[in-house]
Design a protein around this ligand. Structure first.
Ligand SMILES: *[C@@H]1O[C@H](CO)[C@@H](O)[C@H](O)[C@H]1NC(C)=O
Ligand SMILES: *[C@@H]1O[C@H](CO)[C@@H](O)[C@H](O)[C@H]1NC(C)=O
Ligand SMILES: *[C@@H]1O[C@H](CO)[C@@H](O)[C@H](O)[C@H]1NC(C)=O
Length: 408
């Protein structure tokens, strides 16, 4: 009996220790966030364990677990027809609203899911629910593209999948097949998917072989640069779940090269030391002391290395490539991209990527709607669905769909 009590107390303490996490005072629903985070952390540990046993890579184990729990078969309802297909060889799930009444052309949205270019799928429950809701609320055809993932496909392959799928979807033949209005197509995505959406929007703005242009882009807490892992938001939110600073840098490495031994150097901004001339010109485009308002820079100071390791950038040109880092695009490119909606969260390492892009687009004359969530953390919009349902997540989802409703 006494032993039972003792064991229970120790177990409860171990559990609360593993769940408990000091969080910023203003983050949404902290208890729920701690629970969610402990689930993710447990999955990371299991992945690490399997990797240490030499059986598989951590990131692949994580993706396997996520898909095992979350994958859903295509399931049509009275209001939305759902089918799995491919565009230019890239898998995708199509959600078509089947509203009653006279047939007319519909809006179209091409969507890229998040997951650090290494995790997730448009066929996962959360993204299935998201795209289903968009199709229904907007009376639209939503195409959720399953670009290939790292480590099997590294930059530029996932980007090329995204671009190839968009080119095919924007062809007259596909738009006609799904009754999509060529003047009302948007590209969108969250996190790494927001990165792909922004990069593809830049490329297609200049591609005259494609007569159909995106009307809009909607970027949800996008990843946009890999040159400064010490922006105020990286410094402020390095330990805020669910996207820790080290996780984000690991995702970048996995996307661009796979050599995780670079992690400490990148965290220290050693890859962008002043010795590197290419890095210097790129860094001027994400000078956050100029691009961010004081209420975001707060007391944080830039981390600038006089001496570092210039070989990193020589070995990894992807770090300076606008197709991986759309924030590094020239102003002449930005001027041509479609009007943007950019969602950012205060408690997110990627907050400043989004804020800086919004500012640079505005400076280039592109209309931008910025939607900032003071209580938000990374991933919040996808956590608007039961059981990981945060009220800020639901609200952000409503605002996002409302913006599309008004503008698309
Ligand atoms: C960033 O902008 C500030 C203010 O405009 C300027 O003083 C500084 O030299 C700039 N830094 C870089 C690296 O361009
Ligand atoms: C920060 O400043 C910007 C521009 O000055 C303003 O639009 C925004 O509402 C402010 N945000 C907060 C959280 O105070
Ligand atoms: C960054 O570069 C400096 C200068 O080369 C070196 O002394 C330092 O150890 C490096 N830091 C990391 C974390 O690699």
């Amino acid at each position: 009996m006494r032993l039972g009590v003792l064991v229970s107390v120790v177990l409860a303490a171990a559990l609360s220790y593993s769940v408990y996490l000091p969080l910023p005072a203003t983050v949404a629903e902290p208890c729920k966030l701690m629970l969610l985070d402990s689930v993710f952390r447990t999955m990371f540990y299991v992945g690490k364990l399997v990797q240490d046993l030499g059986l598989s890579q951590q990131i692949q184990v994580l993706n396997y677990m996520a898909l095992f729990i979350e994958l859903r078969a295509p399931h049509s309802t009275e209001s939305v027809r759902v089918t799995d297909t491919t565009f230019s060889g890239v898998q995708a799930r199509v959600f078509e609203s089947v509203a009653p009444g006279p047939q007319r052309l519909k809006r179209g949205v091409i969507y890229f899911h998040g997951g650090g270019w290494a995790l997730g799928s448009g066929r996962m429950r959360s993204y299935d629910l998201l795209c289903r809701k968009m199709a229904e609320d907007l009376d639209a055809v939503v195409i959720s593209v399953d670009y290939r993932l790292a480590p099997d496909a590294r930059f530029p392959e996932p980007y090329e999948d995204a671009l190839g799928a968009c080119r095919h979807i924007l062809s007259a033949e596909v738009l006609e097949r799904y009754s999509v209005d060529p003047h009302r197509v948007a590209v969108s995505g969250d996190s790494a998917g927001g990165n792909l959406a922004a990069a593809v929007a830049q490329e297609l703005a200049f591609d005259d072989s494609i007569p159909v242009k995106f009307k809009l882009q909607a970027l949800i807490y996008p990843v946009l640069q890999a040159l400064d892992f010490n922006t105020p938001s990286y410094q402020q939110n390095g330990h805020v779940p669910i996207l820790y600073r080290t996780h984000m840098v690991r995702f970048w490495i996995e996307y661009l090269s796979g050599d995780q031994s670079l992690l400490p150097s990148l965290l220290a901004n050693n890859h962008t030391s002043s010795e590197s001339r290419e890095a210097a010109s790129a860094k001027a485009k994400l000078n956050w002391t100029r691009l961010l308002a004081p209420n975001f820079t707060k007391h944080y100071k830039p981390v600038i290395r006089r001496r570092g390791d210039t070989r990193i950038l020589e070995r990894l040109p992807g770090f300076l490539d606008v197709r991986s880092s759309p924030l590094l695009a020239e102003a002449e490119v930005l001027r041509r991209v479609p009007p943007a909606y950019i969602m950012t969260c205060e408690h997110d390492v990627l907050r400043d990527d989004g804020l800086m892009y919004a500012r640079r687009l505005e400076e280039a004359g592109v209309p931008v709607t910025s939607d900032h969530y003071e209580q938000g953390f990374h991933g919040i919009m996808v956590f608007g669905f039961f059981p990981a349902c945060f009220s800020v997540g639901k609200q952000s989802l409503r605002n996002y769909i409302h913006w599309l409703e008004e503008n698309l």
